[in-house]
Structures are given as C-alpha cells and as structure tokens.
Design a protein around this ligand. Sequence first.
Ligand code: KG4
Ligand code: ZN
Length: 369
Amino acid sequence: MKILGIETSCDETAAAVVSETGDFSHPWSVASSVIASQVDLHREWGGVVPELASRQHVRDICGVVEQALKDGHVGWADLDAIAVTQGPGLVGSLLIGVAFAKSLAASLAIPLVPVHHLAGHIESLVVENGILPLPAVALVVSGGHTSLYLVRSQGEYLLAGRTRDDAAGEAFDKVATLMGLEYPGGPVIDRLAKTGDDHSVDFPVARITHADRNDGPPLTRPVGFSAAMRGRTEFSFSGLKTAVKRYVAKRLTLLNRDTLPTSEVADICASFQRVVVETLLDRTFETARSFGARSVGIAGGVSANSRLRVEAERRSEAVGLPLFLPSLALATDNAAMIAAAGLRNLNAGKTASLDLNAYASLGLDDPGC
Ligand code: KG4
Ligand code: ZN
C-alpha cells in the first residue's frame, strides 16, 4: 500500500508519500515529505492569521503535492489512497486540504482517509522508531494542543488529560511576544535559554486543584482512571504566562527602560522554559507510572525543545522506561505522520465518503477518526 498524506491544519502546507513495509515492528517507510512553511508570512503579525493561512495553502498545495510525488518517484497511478487531516485546526486551512484530497480521491477512484491531527503526531513516533511497547503514554505538545493519551493498543488513543487553558507552545509563543522576540517563540526561547540562568526567576508551577474547574467538553477517560488522578494529568499555562508578563513589566518599570537587557531576557527564557518542561514531564511520567505504561512518547512542535529532550531522556533512564521522540523534521507539522496514521486508518476500514467535512475541534475518539 502507498498513500499520499496531506496536512493543512495550521500554517504548514505539507504532502508526503508513505508505503507499508510489511514489517509489523517498523510498519511504514517515508518515500517523500514536503513542507511549505508559512512562518515568514505570519511573523510580521506575531502569530498565525487564519485568512492569510488559508490563502497561502491555496497557492502552495498543488506545488507541494507534485513535489511529494516527484521526490518519492511515484506517479498518480501508484497511489492506493489519499489521507488528509480532518481536524482539529483552523477550519479555513483544513478545508483547503480536505477539498484537495477529495478531488484527488474522486478523480483517481481511490479511498479517501480522514486523519485526526493528534493521531498523526502520535504516529510520528512510530514512523521512525517502530511500534512503541504498549501500553504507552503519549504527550502531544504543540502550539494548539497539550494532551496526554494512553495508547493501549495500536491506533487506540484514550485521552488522560489536557490543558485547561493555553497549550504549551502557545505559552512559548506568547511569552516570546511579550518580550519582543520573534514568532514562533518556541525555537527563539529555546536558543536564548541556553545562555540564561534557569533559576534566576522563580515562576510558579501550575497545579489544578479543583477537579470541577473549567471542565470543558466531556472526556472519555481510560479505564482505571481515578478522580484523584485527574488533577495530576491536566495542565495549565495561562497563570505562568501572566506571571512572566507581570515580572517583565515590573523589571521594565524598575529599570526605566523599554526593553530588557539581553542577559535578563535569557534568564527569563531559561526560567520559564524550566518550569514548562518540569510541568510537562512531571505529569507525563506520573501518568505513565499510574497506568503501568511500558513506554513514553512525546510528539508535537514543542517536542523539538532541547531542554525537554534532554530532561525527558534523563527521566526515562532514571525510571527505566523507554522514551520515544520524533526527529526534529517530524516534530513540527508534517504530512508523513498524516500519511502513516492514514495507513493505520485504512487498514482498520476507516475511510470517508466525498461529503467529508473539516472540524476546528474534534475528539480523537469521535467516529471516523
Ligand atoms: O506541531 P506544531 O508545528 O503545530 C501545531 O500543531 O501547533 O507546533 C508548533 C509549536 C509552536 O508553538 C512553536 O513555538 C513550538 O511548537 N516549538 C517549540 C520549539 N520548536 C517549535 N517550542 C519550544 N521549543 C522549541 N524548540
Ligand atoms: Zn501539530
């Protein structure tokens, strides 16, 4: 089986060709993966502008798909199915990919396979590392999501916890903006933090104490999930972001300046990053312990963070739990992960008709995912 994956959920137009290997432990091989990033377009606005993103997807999608076929030495007739991100994401952006995928599936008369964006991120772990020892706990941490999943069998993802407010990547981006740093903030903070003192500022670690606070839509909790565990698997980053904002304002007033000295910015970056990384890893490894997980995976844009990678490795060794991380190319949005998750869905008979729609928010256990 050879599948073309298409990803347009946010500000990357991506296409990839992935084939099945026939090897259960390393099921997929990436023939090509092409990504057209819109980051330069959105930088001047300090974040993703949805309408600009949709228009840029329209401009890029034909070229990106053609390049993916060319790089993979694949013709249209070699494709067995088309996989596409159905959600969650920016709906105007998603619709470009979904409409394009439908046209291809209809004209080639091959199956159309809907893929949940977060399933793609989780499967990005398998693309390079092979299948994870199960049960696994997977943290998906990106600009739009911070969610913990329990993976009990291949392709089955049970939500164990998520952020009650900002996603971790969003916190990186917002903290960078308030210090006048470039968008996207994650890579910039990561770089600046290397020269800073990570204990120079004592920012608060968020704790969810009230189980009924800002509950959001109902979650399908994994079996064995006790109410007591709930506060320990959920995240909150908006308080931390506000603490950084207050600290920066206080320092600017005290120094009577418009911008902070470079060394102070580096210290703030390092201190903020330390708290985010600790919070993410505390919850992830505690959840893994509670569920008796045999491995831990961390995926999504923030999994590119250098401190997160080093600290996660350290903890994994300390507790003897194998850790799976995507390479940097597969950490941020890409279509190889969508194609891989698409192959899993295709084999499970999860295909869509040509009235497939895109959804800004979508649960991983919603029908069709
Ligand atoms: O997965 P992704 O490409 O898109 C979403 O699905 O959101 O993640 C993008 C996010 C951005 O918030 C970006 O700042 C963050 O990932 N990011 C990082 C790093 N590289 C990207 N955050 C922290 N450290 C990094 N090195
Ligand atoms: Zn993503």
